[in-house]
Ligand binder design. Sequence first.
Ligand SMILES: Cc1cc2nc3c(=O)[nH]c(=O)nc-3n(C[C@H](O)[C@H](O)[C@H](O)COP(=O)(O)O)c2cc1C
Length: 177
Amino acid sequence: MKFLGISGSLRKASLNTALLKEACQLVPEGVTMTVRTLEDLPLLNPDDLATGFPAAVDQLAEAIGQADALVLASPEFNYSVTAVMKNAMDWLSIHPQAPLRDKPVALMSASPSAFGGGRAQYHLREILIYPGARVLGVPEIMVASAHDAFNEQGVLSNQTTKDLMTQQMQALKAMIK
Ligand SMILES: Cc1cc2nc3c(=O)[nH]c(=O)nc-3n(C[C@H](O)[C@H](O)[C@H](O)COP(=O)(O)O)c2cc1C
């Protein structure tokens, strides 16, 4: 089985991308997980659809189609997901392959704040309603004070968080039909 992690951050030193990379180490037996970012996606302008979908959007839809489940991690920007993550979800919501329909999805976030990006996650849950994704409820992963949560090698140091992530990855696998 394959999990695909998608980061809503464009930063090289992104805490959210680091969180997804940590999740790759915690997937259950029989699962492999890869991580991708979204810098290749153009901004959605429906006027441009006359010439078809951009290759980068087709590739993302294809990658999601080939994955058994998704793990989405977005930074919280002004209490919501990043424009980068929203733009990707908007593209996917109108793609003819409907790649998010019935797709099992787990959410996670990391933030230097005390809230761990939870407000963005709840917006992302709403955004995923129309595209028809099946979003895991709990466990929820919201890593607060995330600037202190990773060591110099970018590895998450808190074992309790890792255990919860392991449980979340198991719950995601269990959602796959
Ligand atoms: C425009 C902007 C708005 C932000 N708003 C929030 C916010 O509402 N809540 C929060 O916890 N952090 C907020 N932050 C801080 C980000 O959570 C922080 O920069 C985080 O490291 C970004 O994620 P990344 O490391 O994965 O790139 C904001 C940052 C920017 C640049």
